[in-house]
Write a protein that binds this ligand. Structure first.
Ligand code: ADP
Ligand code: MG
Ligand code: ZN
Length: 249
């Protein structure tokens, strides 16, 4: 996870001091790390450590059964509900019915409700009570791209973190690292263009990079990335402005 230091720091402190809230709300545009941070939190709460003796940690090991199962979406105590396609009270109710059972595999159950603003009013009302006083083994993680549509009754019960759009420099550094790990050579200018085109979304940056690799038959070169993005060479544009004698904005 890169960027979002304010969120990482606050969660790290909470985990180290074991002062955990029972409901978190992560807001931010698409592809900035809401789902990612939710999974990291679930791992932090449930990590068993390399030796199987671990407790709650700010640095989940990534190799124990809990960490591996959360990463691969097979951890029975971590549930993601996509409210965009499960908006109704029935879906929420059947999730909440699970709340009465203690965790099977881990220390905590985590209910992640993505795009929570899409829930119907009845669905929101159905979850208020559990959201306010969940059993001690249950954590709620709500995520949304549109917090203004989340009722205040829900907002007031959550600790809210706003994930920021990713700066192009942050995206650039991350892409550079990811590609280095995969042994894929890339022209820095190609990555600069991709980082800017991602417009703050790391997901878009990664998928654009995938496309560019395919488009350039395995090569990440400035010229092909420019072609793919449909952008004109900057020096060319500056030249045009120069000729006409003024910049049009
Ligand atoms: N802050 C970040 N640092 C590193 N990778 C990120 C970050 N945010 C998003 N990503 C990557 O982008 C993809 C989508 O992220 P995700 O957490 O699902 O975004 P969101 O839930 O906010 O739409 C994932 O592959 C993830 O690895
Ligand atoms: Mg998501
Ligand atoms: Zn672990």
């Amino acid at each position: 996870m890169v960027g979002q230091e304010h969120v990482v720091q606050a969660l790290t402190n909470a985990l180290v001091q074991q002062r955990l809230h029972h409901a978190y709300l992560f807001t931010g545009t698409r592809g900035v790390g809401k789902t990612t941070v939710s999974r990291i939190l679930a791992k932090s709460l449930n990590c068993q450590g390399v030796d199987g003796q671990g407790g709650i940690t700010a640095e989940p090991c990534g190799v124990c059964q809990a960490c591996k199962d959360i990463d691969s979406g097979r951890f029975v105590d971590y549930t993601e509900l996509d409210a965009a396609s499960n908006r109704g009270v029935d879906e929420v109710q059947s999730l909440l019915e699970q709340a009465v059972y203690k965790p099977v595999q881990g220390r905590f159950k985590v209910f992640m409700i993505d795009e929570v603003h899409m829930l119907t009013n009845t669905a929101f009302n159905a979850m208020l009570k559990t959201l306010e006083e969940p059993p001690e083994y249950l954590k709620f993680v709500l995520a949304t791209t549109d917090p203004q549509k989340v009722p205040v009754t829900v907002l007031s019960r959550c600790l809210q973190f706003n994930l920021r759009p990713m700066a192009p420099e942050t995206v650039f550094e991350h892409l550079t690292q990811v590609l280095a790990k995969e042994n894929l050579p890339a022209e820095p200018m190609a990555l600069k263009l991709l980082s800017r085109a991602a417009r703050g979304s790391m997901r878009d940056a990664l998928s654009l990079t995938d496309q560019a690799i395919a488009f350039g038959s395995g090569q990440l070169q400035e010229a092909t990335v420019r072609l793919m993005l449909g952008s004109v060479d900057r020096s060319h544009v500056l030249g045009l402005i120069d000729v006409s004698g003024h910049a049009c904005r």
